[in-house]
Design a protein around this ligand. Structure first.
Ligand SMILES: CC(C)(COP(=O)(O)OP(=O)(O)OC[C@H]1O[C@@H](n2cnc3c(N)ncnc32)[C@H](O)[C@@H]1OP(=O)(O)O)[C@@H](O)C(=O)NCCC(=O)NCCS
Length: 180
């Protein structure tokens, strides 16, 4: 009997994910993959660690369940990195909740997570992606350009209302535009 490849039995979303989002990192054998329910506690704890240092906005467990499909994780025997691509508006998405565990810094994990989100934006025909961040230098590496926050649609401020730093936020806004 001829054995059929596993990919023939995967749904469209899973196939796309396998092809476009799963990247093996030879340095540490981890992979970038879509987040799953069983990851939520680890994602929460990773984000809380950096939220406690004022580096990003923490997320409640409830909001992580609500928005789980936004997230990809770097899985290396557990969640060691996380990043979300959140669709905001026509042709506009946000990269948010990017964090890599301290022990994995400098290994290209952040790059893999951001590139995975930008690939997904492109596959969704979204060609503008912004971020609000205290790490503008990191995002400039990926061709994000500085932009005045007020050029972004008003809708994005709904999340900011939940932030303890609102309205005195000093995060910088950067915008990536696809050249495809
Ligand atoms: C910022 C962060 C995600 C970077 O992740 P990382 O896995 O260490 O980054 P990478 O190893 O993928 O680095 C990719 C490139 O960015 C550079 N880089 C990493 N952090 C940087 C920073 N803070 N500023 C400028 N450049 C940075 C690296 O030197 C590397 O450059 P190269 O390709 O020329 O060698 C990680 O430091 C982190 O989780 N920080 C705490 C949480 C945080 O600040 N999140 C961002 C909030 S939006």
């Amino acid at each position: 009997m001829e054995l059929l490849p596993v990919s023939m039995f995967l749904g469209c979303r899973e196939k796309k994910i396998r092809i476009e989002m799963t990247k093996v990192l030879h340095k540490n054998n981890g992979i970038v993959r879509p987040a799953r329910m069983g990851d939520v506690k680890e994602i929460h704890s990773l984000l809380q660690n950096f939220a406690g240092k004022g580096l990003l906005l923490g997320r409640s467990v409830s909001s992580l369940y609500d928005q789980l499909r936004d997230f990809v994780v770097f899985d290396d025997n557990g969640v060691k990195g996380v990043c979300a691509l959140h669709i905001c508006w026509e042709n506009l998405a946000e990269i948010r909740s990017l964090a890599v565990s301290d022990k994995h810094h400098g290994l290209g994990v952040g790059r893999q997570l951001v590139e995975s989100c930008l690939d997904e934006a492109t596959s969704l025909e979204i060609n503008k992606v912004f971020t609000l961040t205290y790490q503008p230098g990191f995002f400039r590496k990926f061709d994000f350009k500085d932009v005045d926050k007020h050029e972004l649609p008003h809708k994005i401020w709904s999340d900011c209302l939940q932030c303890p730093q609102f309205p005195d936020c000093d995060e910088e806004a950067l915008l990536w535009t696809s050249n495809k």
